[in-house]
Design a protein around this ligand. Structure first.
Ligand SMILES: NC(=O)C1=CN([C@@H]2O[C@H](COP(=O)(O)OP(=O)(O)OC[C@H]3O[C@@H](n4cnc5c(N)ncnc54)[C@H](OP(=O)(O)O)[C@@H]3O)[C@@H](O)[C@H]2O)C=CC1
Ligand SMILES: O=C1O[C@H](COP(=O)(O)O)[C@@H](O)[C@H](O)[C@H]1O
Length: 507
């Protein structure tokens, strides 16, 4: 008989998914070798995958199964944390296959279908298929349509069929809606997994744990106690070899529409009734709906667009964005975005949310900082409180993952000088287990059929709805504010906060 305790024990057991095949469209590409295959390898090495699992890569480049395995093996070492074990690799690689083919052509799907049936017989993959679309966004509608036409929108012999769509999901609200409609012609919403790897990060999930596993934060998580919120996604790297992609995307589409908006949702949402996919996603959508619309003509009061110029990062001189490979020398594409948003609901009325994301900043730092109101009265002498700042709770998403609370404390000595100090918690030392990479978590959830940490159609559309007026305004204005690489963004970004009497934190 199952008792409450045995049920709990059962839930604590590692979750192992059904047998099945992961088909990767875009198998010769960067994401496959840098993220997807290393994550699957790590899962295999932790025995999180069943024996009857197969990975089928598909792209146009001619390669045999063996050449594909060799290519993946050559770069694997760089992308897994604890080194590669030959035994684990040999066993994992035995389930990796490659099919050369053009994903625009119907015959590719006939061949794929036949190959997957053969795998069901030979490797026991039981008709379950996950199609991971790691290709350029422009190919997504065609691949989805071809999968539907070939009947692969259903698993074989009662198995399941799931579809993973990478970001960016559309280019604006209109195209995201169209894309959702096109996909839904062939797949039900329950089969669609729109991926945002930030949701797979342990520390992003920890925003939820912090808020809803502790009784002390929720009562002060509102306009009565919070002065403002700052969300920062800063990277020290430039666009590197991704100039062509970045020229099309820019920081708003590449990072803000997805990662930054998701972090905003988790920070601002109401407590969900449970952690099932629909309850969680429902609350996130409510936040997006509550964000005050930005009028096109007032967009400069809410949004700043910056682009890095030549400068210095970690003591090294680096080129400006316009000098990068495959970038127009007159480009006005943004590599920095600053936003000032308001979540117009009972909890957050009047609290500004300042969001920024940028490349070539002085360091890599992703964090959420909740700044509280100053204490209403300090009964100390004015001179004794010069080092006192408001309380700030910082969730450090990366690096040095953890929490930090800035509090006022007495400076040791015979007087009563008070100053601000930080109380720090480092997850790395608090828990001995290493956090899994985001893609590991998300690929496992995909195979388990758990969409909680994936984006629902209305979330993707809700995020675009907020940003569309800004994009329209920028498209008309055709200007971008420069900032030297290695600084925290253009001067207008400071002005965005100064007009509200606030200033950016230095992470
Ligand atoms: N790279 C990254 O860090 C991240 C990427 N993403 C997203 O992931 C997706 C993939 O990115 P990434 O790997 O960098 O892209 P790449 O340009 O490196 O890879 C694209 C892949 O698509 C294949 N391809 C192109 N046209 C066809 C076709 N007609 N038929 C079959 N295959 C085709 C290419 O192979 P071939 O030429 O051999 O056909 C290649 O394997 C994109 O949507 C991107 O936005 C998201 C987050 C991070
Ligand atoms: O999706 C993307 O994210 C990375 C940053 O991811 P992180 O996990 O290193 O924070 C960014 O560099 C890239 O431009 C973007 O496409």
């Amino acid at each position: 008989m199952l008792t409450a305790d045995s049920l709990r024990d059962e839930q604590r057991l590692p979750r192992v998914p059904d047998p099945g095949v992961v088909v990767i469209f875009g198998a010769s590409g960067d994401l496959t070798s840098r993220k997807l295959v290393p994550a699957l390898y790590e899962l295999a090495s932790q025995r999180r995958l069943p024996m009857e699992i197969a990975v089928v890569g598909l792209s146009r480049t001619e390669m045999s199964h063996e050449e594909f395995r060799k290519k993946l093996r050559e770069t694997l070492e760089e992308h897994v944390s604890g080194g590669v074990s030959d035994d684990v690799w040999d066993s994992f690689a035995g389930g990796i296959f490659y099919l050369p083919g053009d994903s625009k052509k119907p015959e590719t799907y006939e061949e794929l279908k036949g190959f997957l049936k053969k795998l069901d017989e030979e490797r026991g993959t039981q008709g379950n298929r996950a199609f991971y679309l790691s290709t350029s966004p422009s190919l997504v509608p065609t691949i989805v349509e071809r999968l539907g036409e070939a009947g692969m929108n259903e698993g074989e012999n009662g198995g399941w069929s799931r579809l993973v769509i990478e970001k960016p999901f559309g280019r604006d609200l209109g195209s995201a809606k169209e894309l959702n409609e096109e996909i839904r012609r062939h797949f039900d919403e329950g089969q669609i997994y729109r991926i945002d790897h930030y949701l797979g990060k342990e520390t992003v999930q920890n925003i939820l744990a912090l808020r809803f596993a502790n009784g002390i934060f929720e009562p002060i998580w509102n306009q009565h106690y919070v002065d403002h919120v700052q969300i920062t996604v800063a990277e020290d790297i430039g666009v590197g070899t991704r100039g062509a992609f970045y020229e099309e995307a820019g920081a708003l589409r590449d990072i803000v529409q997805n990662h930054v908006m998701q972090v905003l949702c988790l920070t601002a949402m109401e407590p969900p009734v449970s952690f099932d996919a629909e309850s969680l996603r429902e609350e996130k959508v409510k936040v997006l709906k509550a964000v005050r619309p930005i009028p096109d003509e007032e967009a400069d009061d809410y949004a700043v667009r910056g682009q890095y110029t030549r400068g210095w990062v970690f003591g090294e001189e680096v080129i400006g964005y316009r000098e990068e490979e495959n970038v127009d020398p007159d480009s006005v594409t943004e590599t920095f975005v600053g936003l000032r948003l308001f979540v117009d609901n009972w909890r957050w009325a009047g609290v500004p949310f300042f969001l920024r994301a940028g490349k070539r900043m002085p360091k890599k730092a992703t964090e959420v900082a909740i700044q509280f109101h100053s204490s209403p009265h300090t009964p100390f002498a004015h001179d004794d409180t010069e080092g006192l700042e408001p309380n700030v709770l910082v969730v450090r998403v990366q690096p040095e993952e953890g929490l930090s609370l800035k509090i006022g404390a007495k400076v040791p000595g015979s007087g009563f000088e008070v100053s601000s100090v930080n109380m720090d918690l480092l997850y790395g030392t608090a828990f001995l287990e290493e956090a899994p990479d985001a893609y590991q978590r998300l690929l496992l959830d995909l195979m388990l059929g758990d969409p909680t940490l994936f984006i629902r159609a209305d979330e993707a559309e809700g995020a675009w709805r907020i940003l569309d007026p800004v994009m329209r305004h920028w498209a008309r204005k055709k200007e971008v504010s420069p900032y030297p690489a290695g600084t925290w963004g253009p001067e207008d970004a400071d002005a965005l906060l100064e007009r509200d009497g606030r200033e950016w934190r230095r992470p």
